[in-house]
Design a protein around this ligand. Structure first.
Ligand code: TIU
Length: 220
């Protein structure tokens, strides 16, 4: 399949590609979670949910592999570097009790993927302690044993966990595409800059495209 993308068309084989949904968790998109503790207006992120859901449904209907990630730490914080927990002056720190349970801790209500994009049986769910989806996770082996070569990214936030994951994927030899209207940042200028820098220099990191391009390719 081939879809219109920046800086040039993106080619992929459905059976060798995965839809990777980064950190669409209550902790980032709902009040009272990690994102808000850092001082962000989390309502900005909610705008992408309908477009992301439409892509997820279309991808599932074609039998494509879906990977969901969550930024999550163990309850004992053994995988949370003190440098991450102690940095800055958030209203609550990782592991503290918040209105949706302990902030950024696996298994807590706030750490769950939002209902609209919740994983279903057969989909891969990766808990990751860092911003990148490959660091200290089994993602690489999951993709390798399925022969995956292309990754189509959605999720939050564009310049933090999404961009980090795309760069990790790029260095591991994957072709990565970011769906422009299915990713969001707390900082609109950072989103715009990230989209530009991904596809600059002849797709130095990867491709970007509106979700309509992917939907058209899947339907075509
Ligand atoms: N703070 C921020 O923009 N993002 C994160 O901390 N994690 C993710 O992007 N998932």
């Amino acid at each position: 399949m081939k879809l219109d993308a920046n800086p040039f068309p993106f080619e992929f084989q459905l059976e060798r590609s995965a839809l990777v949904i980064i950190d669409m968790q209550r902790d980032f998109v709902e009040p009272g979670g990690f994102g808000e503790t850092l001082g962000n207006d989390v309502s900005l992120l909610q705008a992408i949910i309908p477009a992301a859901r439409a892509v997820l449904e279309a991808w599932r209907s074609k039998g494509g592999l879906v990977v969901h990630t969550r930024e999550a730490h163990r309850p004992d914080l053994a995988d949370c570097p003190p440098a991450k927990r102690n940095r800055g002056a958030p209203t609550l720190r990782i592991g503290d009790e918040g209105p949706m349970g302990r902030i950024l801790i696996a298994g807590e209500p706030g750490n769950q993927i939002i209902d609209a994009l919740a994983p279903i049986d057969g989909e891969i769910v990766i808990d990751k302690p860092g911003k990148g989806a490959f660091y200290a996770t089994h993602l690489q082996s999951e993709l390798q044993r399925r022969g995956i070569r292309g990754l189509i990214f959605m999720g939050v936030t564009t310049e933090v966990c999404v961009q980090t994951s795309m760069r990790e994927a790029n260095d591991r030899g994957y072709d990565g595409l970011l769906l422009e209207d299915c990713t969001e940042s707390y900082f609109p200028a950072f989103k715009a800059a990230t989209l530009e820098m991904i596809s600059a220099q002849g797709a130095i990191v990867g491709w970007t495209a509106p979700s309509a391009s992917l939907l058209a390719a899947l339907e075509g």
